[in-house]
Design a protein around this ligand. Structure first.
Ligand SMILES: [Zn+2]
Ligand SMILES: [Zn+2]
Length: 310
């Protein structure tokens, strides 16, 4: 029964995120300055934090003792625990980094006039927030500010995804997918044995009684995995065609299917430049293996906006 309540609560919280995001879109200038608005915004990140906490508890307290006879003293048990901890740590680190680190806000007209000798007359400025409008910069109505190389405003991190935090967002989605594949592997045998009565070596009526409703967790994992995997494929596709999500969605509204195939898949997909891929992801760490350990970007937080753009 407790399991059913956990599922209802998780689904309810996730729906809450979408409702709040939809309300913000409908009423972008609503009650932004009130304490209620700030409280609701903070509430947006609770579903993910709740899922992080319950997933690690579920693995160590429920699944691991069932999969391995001596979970914390046998070689097999330690291997399971190390893989789960490694993926979990990467997931949580990259999520928190994507949430906390600024996506990259361009300077305002006032800041430029005060600090530098740049001729502001030659620059374009946003009419809403007075920040410099370079190519790839978009104005986010949720943050009420322009963001450099903005991809989208993420409701789960309650932060924009842009130049400085895209790498964390992408690595979060990547490690989430890997973690869910591992979770599917761990929950498959209990599900088959206890829910479908598949007579494998795992099948044991006593274990199934202990496991109870938790055996259905495999289906929940597959459902979330599909969602996250589609996200991973979509963002990888956007990097390959060298477009931000905002630009891609805008362009899709204008193009016919034939133009979409030619302009986006063939022309942009086969193009060699891949500026966004380099600027948002590849230039973030010196060595490739540093993408697979929890760590901060090594480049300066603010690159000159036009360094790699044409
Ligand atoms: Zn703006
Ligand atoms: Zn935003």
């Amino acid at each position: 029964m407790a399991f059913v309540w956990i599922i209802i609560l998780s689904v309810g919280l996730i729906q809450g995120v979408f409702i709040i995001t939809s309300l913000q879109t409908l009423f972008p200038r609503g009650s932004k300055k009130t304490w209620l608005y700030r409280l609701l915004k903070a509430f947006q990140i609770t579903p993910v934090l709740f899922i992080f906490a319950s997933s690690i508890w579920f693995f160590f307290m429920v699944i691991l003792p069932i999969l391995v006879a001596k979970p914390f003293t046998s070689f097999e048990g330690i291997c399971y625990a190390l893989i789960a901890s490694y993926l979990w740590l990467n997931m949580v680190f990259n999520y928190l980094a994507a949430m906390i680190i600024s996506p990259g806000y361009p300077e305002t007209r006032q800041e430029l006039e005060e600090d530098t000798d740049i001729d502001t007359e030659s620059l374009k400025f946003c009419g809403k927030c007075s920040r410099v409008r370079d190519r790839g910069t978009h104005h986010c109505s949720s943050c009420d500010s322009c963001v450099m190389l903005m991809s989208h405003h993420c409701p789960f991190t309650n932060n924009c995804v842009g130049l400085n935090n895209f790498a964390y967002f992408y690595l979060f989605v990547l490690h989430c997918s890997l973690g869910l594949v591992f979770a599917a592997y761990c929950t498959y045998a209990p599900f088959m044995a206890c829910m479908l009565n598949y007579r494998s070596s795992f099948y044991n009526p006593k274990v199934c009684t202990e496991l109870g409703d938790y055996a259905v967790m495999f289906l929940v994992v597959i459902f979330v995995l599909l969602f996250i995997f589609v996200m991973l494929c979509f963002h990888t596709f956007l990097l390959v065609i060298d477009m931000s999500m905002i630009d891609f969605l805008k362009l899709c509204q204008k193009l016919s299917l034939r133009e979409f195939l030619k302009n986006i898949l063939i022309d942009r997909g086969l193009r060699k430049k891949k500026l966004l891929l380099r600027k948002l992801l590849l230039y973030r760490r010196e060595k490739w293996w540093k993408f697979f350990i929890p760590g901060f970007n090594e480049i300066p937080e603010l690159l000159p906006p036009d360094e790699f753009l044409v």
